[in-house]
Structure formats: C-alpha cells, structure tokens
Design a protein around this ligand. Structure first.
Ligand SMILES: Nc1nc2c(ncn2[C@@H]2O[C@H](COP(=O)(O)OP(=O)(O)OP(=O)(O)O)[C@@H](O)[C@H]2O)c(=O)[nH]1
Ligand SMILES: [Mg+2]
Length: 371
C-alpha cells in the first residue's frame, strides 16, 4: 500500500499543495534531526543510590556538598533513618514486610524487600547512564539491597560502580561474614566495585569518636563520586567523556580510587600522596586501566599534567589503557588535585565462604519485625 501511494505521488504533477507538504516534511525532518542531536549531546544521566544506614549517610553528605549533574536517591527499610536524610528522592522499601522498622540486621529480609520493589527500582533507574551504589556491608539493608539495585541498574543498561565498606574487625565475625557474602553478590552485579575497609579508619584517625570516623569515610565516598561525575560532565581543558568512563569502569573487576592534593610545584608528591591513600588496601602494580583527572590553576602547564600521568602509568601494566583529562580552575591556583580510578587491581580483602538462609529462616527473621 505504501509503495503504491508513493508511486502515485511521484507521477503526479507538482502542485503548490504538494510543494507545501514537502516543505512541511522537510521542516519536520530537520526538527526531528535537531531533536536527535539534542539527545546525542545531552549530559549523561548520573544516579547515586545509597542503600541502608551507611549508604544513606553518604548520600546525605553528597547531597549537602552538591554534585553537579547527579540525582541522589536514599533507599532504606528504616523509615526513621530515611526521614533524617537529605536526598533528591527517598525510598522506603518493604513496608508490608518490615513496617518501616528496618531489616533487624537480616540481609535476606532486606533482599526480599528489594525484590518486591523491583518495578519501583526500574522506574527510578530508567535512563541512567551511570549508577553509583554506596552501602556499608555487614548490616541487613545495605548488604541485602545493594546487589539487587546493582542488578536492576545493569538490566536497565547503566554502567554500575559500587562503593562499599567492610565492617571494623571489632564488629565481629558474623557481621564480617555477612559483609563478605553481600560483597560477592555486589561484585557479581556491578561493572566495577570499590571496596573500602572501615579498619583503615583506625590507622588514619585512631582517636576520633566512631561517628566522626565514619564521617571521614562518607566524606571520601562523596568526594569520589563528585569527582568522577564532574570529570565527565563539566567542561575540561582536556575533556573526559562518558565513553571514556564506560571504557575504564565497564571492563569489570575491582577498582580503586586514588586521590591526592598538594602544591602544584611538585607533581610527583601529589602522585605519591594519591598512591599512599590509607583508606584502601590495594595492590595497584599491574592495574590494567585507569581514568586520571587533574585539576589545577590556569597556569597549569602540559608538562605538569603529563608528569602526573606518567607517575601513575609507571606502576601500571605496560599495556594499560589510560585515559586522562585536565581542568583549570582559578580556585586551584598553585594547587594540584588528582583523582585516579584504577581498574583491574587486587584487593587484600578476601571473601569468606557463603552461608545462605532458607525461606523459613527468612520468615522467622520477619516475625519480630511485623508488630
Ligand atoms: N562509612 C560508614 N559506615 C557505616 C556507617 N554506619 C554504619 N557503617 C558500617 O556499615 C555497616 C552496616 O551498618 P548500617 O548501614 O547501619 O546497616 P543497614 O544496612 O542499615 O542494615 P540494617 O539497619 O541492619 O537493616 C556497619 O557494620 C558499619 O561497619 C556510616 O555512617 N558510615
Ligand atoms: Mg539500618
């Protein structure tokens, strides 16, 4: 039918109405084209999801410091905690199961809540190009929900970067074991997983009260997410784009983030500071890919920037895929700030054997919560 009507039209004499129609079609086509172009050049959509108490606290901090071009979502089974958190969206899951009172430390209960909220999660994560997930492993909600959020985000086509903490050793075996199970699941469902050890806080800030020590970790998580997001969304001298990020973070495995800030006069000290980051125990010698972003004042020379990049590549696999960008900012005059995401690194953290709970145990765990 279509081809017949086309044939008829092409044989017909050109009337003014036909010309008008052609013009309208041309305008429509060009409008469609510019609409398509707008889509091509639009910023990548970044979503940050904080799962459970620790995840919510990181998202709260991130929302307060502000991150350009990212939407923050706090997800919890605990209504009281959620009410105290600042985020663009706050999502209480598993109302029917936990009545908003938390998972009682049971990851299986929280996993069940997240499974029930799958459709809601799909709506929340639709269109996200990159999803950051942050959680403290070892409790119920973060451990149980973060792997499901990662799975849904990946199914929706997003690059998934997870940042999770493992508990202090003093929190006990059970928590550490729970954390190990959750971490394995999270790693399986994420493109890239950054593991942070709370024990490292003891070395870095031994005298701080626990709440303040946690806030050091939350600050670091927020800064890393802010750095990565802004490195690809804000205009830079040497631009990094979303495709670069996808190449580095989408290649799977364990990643680490290194962060250093110092005087611009000695770029190698900044690199040394970043490599010495005490919050992460990694062996980065032989890392297979990296995304490096440098910020300094308008006087930054190409030589300074390349010395920083060289400092990192020297310790990496000789065939490593290294992508770097640089931004000048008058606020950083005389200062040099570097953030490097390294992929394919080895963590000292070892997973413990997994222990699964059966359905009966899950229901038992639910009983005290359904009051
Ligand atoms: N970095 C950081 N870690 C935290 C914080 N609070 C707790 N943690 C760590 O994260 C682990 C899990 O704790 P929460 O996040 O409170 O637990 P949850 O995921 O809410 O789980 P339930 O409350 O049991 O449902 C703890 O064992 C701590 O090691 C925090 O504010 N910041
Ligand atoms: Mg909680």
């Amino acid at each position: 039918m279509t081809s017949l009507s086309l044939d008829v039209r092409s044989n017909a004499p050109e009337t003014p109405e036909v010309k008008d129609m052609d013009m309208r079609n041309m305008i429509k086509a060009s409008e469609n084209e510019s609409f398509a172009m707008e889509h091509l050049i639009s910023d990548p959509k970044t979503v940050v999801v904080g799962c459970g108490g620790a995840g919510n606290n990181s998202v709260d901090r991130l929302t307060r410091i502000g991150v350009w071009g990212a939407e923050t979502i706090a997800l919890n089974t605990d209504r009281a905690h959620l009410e105290r958190v600042h985020a663009d969206k706050r999502v209480l899951i598993g109302k029917r199961i936990t009545h908003g009172q938390g998972s009682g430390g049971h990851p299986e209960v929280a996993e069940h809540c997240a499974e029930e909220a799958r459709e809601e999660l799909e709506i929340l994560l639709k269109g996200a190009d990159i999803t950051f997930i942050t959680a403290g492993m070892g409790g119920g909600t973060g451990t149980g929900t973060a792997p499901i959020v990662a799975e849904v985000a990946k199914e929706m086509g997003s690059v998934v970067v997870s940042m999770a903490t493992v508990p202090f050793t003093v929190e006990g075996n059970l928590k550490c074991q729970r954390a190990a199970i959750g971490m394995e699941k999270l790693k399986k469902n994420s493109d890239s997983t950054i593991i942070l050890a709370n024990d490292k806080l003891l070395k870095m800030a031994p005298k701080l009260p626990i709440n303040q020590a946690f806030s050091v970790m939350d600050q670091m998580i927020s800064e890393v997410i802010k750095e990565i997001t802004e490195a690809v969304t804000q205009p830079s001298l040497i631009n990094l784009d979303f495709a670069d990020l996808r190449t580095v973070m989408g290649s799977g495995g364990t990643s680490t983030v290194l962060y250093g800030e110092n005087s611009a006069s000695d770029p190698l000290t900044v690199v040394a500071e970043a490599l010495d980051n005490p919050l992460v125990d990694v062996n980065y010698v032989g890392a297979t890919s990296a995304l490096i972003h440098i910020t300094s004042g308008p006087e930054m020379s190409l030589r300074t920037a390349t010395r920083v990049v060289q400092g990192f590549t020297d310790i990496m696999d000789p065939n490593a895929n290294v992508i770097w960008g640089a931004r000048t900012d008058p606020k950083f005059s005389g200062q040099l700030k570097v953030m490097a995401v390294m992929n394919g690194v080895e963590m000292e953290y070892q997973a413990l054997p997994s222990v699964e709970m059966n359905r009966e145990q899950v229901q038992m765990a639910c009983i005290p919560l359904v009051r």
